[in-house]
Design a protein around this ligand. Structure first.
Ligand code: SAH
Ligand code: SF4
Ligand code: F3S
Length: 475
């Protein structure tokens, strides 16, 4: 198998299916012991990739006989799918592990598993082995397809099972998936990242970039559509470089055109776009598409050229702004969102002013602002000029205010218009309302029946409330 294996590994798939049968035997034993169906609880930290991985974990768990619960305290199997992109994600996991320890004392048959990005770090494994010895199973991001096999090993052994791979060239799809939503789904189109932004741990924990075979992606979407999905989110750390390493290279824009042809599919989204790789071809395809949503998440991270260079982002502020201009000229109604980091080593308040200037110029519909978090093993962690907390805070607060003000202004622009919304769920606060998502990713709440979930309806955007709308369906 070559370095950039992209085809589904059928042999491995068959093996894992055998392990699922074996695991089902153990779960059935537990069912008899408990006198009821065993319950599992999957908790996801982190990004959309992890959310998709969790659907795969849950798919296998339900296949082998567990029923899903969201109440951790009643579960017989608990698994945390972890994230390590910023330290607060790690701290949340440790906090909850402390709680699980006491839960396990009262419920000795409880099994606890940990997986995901955090587990790819040796320091984390060392810490768990030392301080959280009750954990039953630990695996990483590269061998998640072996989950059924790992469960069997766990059921057959008493001690902690740890299986972490440094890399993989295998792609194993078509295992069971338990989707969170009936009408929309994420699809992995690629794994890993080759960009090595100097602050970011993702390339170290997710490995090198690997694209999936386009035919297999299209077949997966076709199967999803046949199963009621109307919206897909194509997932990758840098979707704009999709397909470059395939035996028969294809561009992301070409893949999108293929996806567009799938009958019955109504909406296409994707995440994330790296500005350095966003092509004119993609802008053109988006502009002419009937299905690609009018939303682009285009992380800028910083506005100062000096900081952008130290971050290894490979674009300048001027290049980023020129790209935004090109996108807005082609699609004036497009919503732009971004990610921003404040407090990268060496960043001064005047650098933050450059970032604020970008926010003012671009007028983002939404921006996710993060305080820089030092990640061991990344180049930025070794930089000497780490920024004092008070300086970071000052820049962050200032930026956040501008972000919120511009987002509000942008949102207000659509008030009084009729737009198509995908009806997603019953409103959390008021059960007489349904929540729908507009093409630009904003939410609108309106009176409607639950039976409309998964359908596209025209909604009059009556009032803007900052980050969402209220309205009503028009005929
Ligand atoms: N691949 C995506 C982002 C993945 S991580 C991209 O390149 O856009 C999501 C976001 O987390 C990043 O965009 C960045 O803003 C933020 N992030 C990553 N590493 C971080 C760190 N060390 N400290 C703070 N924020 C970080
Ligand atoms: Fe991290 Fe940069 Fe890769 Fe995004 S593109 S995952 S920020 S290294
Ligand atoms: Fe976190 Fe891993 Fe995603 S580190 S942001 S869950 S790729």
């Amino acid at each position: 198998m070559g370095q950039y294996a992209s085809k589904n590994d059928e042999q491995e798939l068959a093996q894992q299916q055998e392990y699922m049968k074996k695991a089902a035997f153990y779960v059935d034993g537990l069912r008899q012991q408990l006198g009821r169906q065993p319950l599992c609880c999957v908790t996801t930290f982190g990004c959309q990739m992890n959310a998709r991985d969790s659907e795969k974990l849950l798919g296998i768990l339900t296949q082998i006989g567990y029923a899903a619960t969201e109440v951790e305290a009643e579960a017989d199997f608990v698994i945390y799918n972890t994230c390590t992109v910023r330290d607060n994600a790690n701290q949340r996991v440790y906090g909850r592990l402390g709680f699980l320890n006491s839960m396990k004392r009262n419920k000795p048959h409880l099994k606890v598993a940990l997986c995901g990005c955090m587990m790819q770090e040796q320091t984390v494994i060392d810490k768990i082995r030392k301080s959280y010895r009750f954990v039953d199973l630990i695996f990483g991001t590269h061998n998640i397809f072996k989950f059924a096999q790992l469960l069997v090993t766990m059921f057959e052994n008493q001690e902690m099972i740890v299986d972490i791979w440094q890399e993989t060239d295998q792609i194993v799809e078509e295992l069971p998936v338990s989707r969170k939503y009936s009408y929309k789904s994420g699809i992995n189109i690629m794994f890993g990242c080759n960009n090595f932004c100097s602050y970011c741990i993702v390339p170290y924990v997710r490995g090198r970039e690997r694209s999936r075979d386009p035919k297999e992606i299209l077949q997966e979407i076709e199967r999803l559509v046949a199963d009621g999905v109307v919206e897909v989110m194509l997932l990758g750390q840098n979707v704009n470089s999709y397909g470059k390493n395939l035996d028969t290279p294809i561009t992301f824009a070409q893949l999108l055109q293929e996806v567009e042809q799938i009958e019955g599919l109504k909406r296409i989204r994707f995440m994330t776009s790296h500005p350095k790789d966003l092509s004119d071809e993609l802008i053109d395809v988006m502009k002419h598409s009937k299905k690609i949503c009018r939303h682009l998440h285009l992380p800028v991270q910083a506005g100062s050229d000096r900081i952008l260079q130290a971050m290894n982002r490979r674009y300048t502020k001027a290049q980023y702004l020129a790209l935004v201009d090109k996108i807005r000229t082609a699609m004036p109604d497009i919503a732009l969102t971004t990610d921003i980091i404040v407090g990268f080593p060496g960043e001064t308040l005047s650098d933050v002013e450059e970032t604020i200037d970008v926010v003012r110029k671009v007028q983002y519909d939404n921006a996710f602002t993060f305080i820089y978090s030092k990640r061991t093993g990344t180049p930025a962690a070794a930089m000497e000029n780490q920024v004092p907390e008070a300086v970071v805070r000052e820049g962050f607060d200032k930026l956040l205010k501008v972000v919120q003000d511009t987002a509000k202004e942008r949102a207000a622009l659509l008030q009084g218009r009729v737009m198509e919304a995908l009806v997603e769920e019953v409103n959390e606060q008021d059960a007489s309302l349904m929540t729908g998502r507009l093409s630009n990713n904003m939410l609108v709440h309106f009176p409607a029946s639950k039976s409309l979930i998964g359908q596209l309806v025209p909604v009059f955007l009556d009032r803007c409330h900052g980050f969402y709308y209220t309205g009503y369906i028009v005929e």
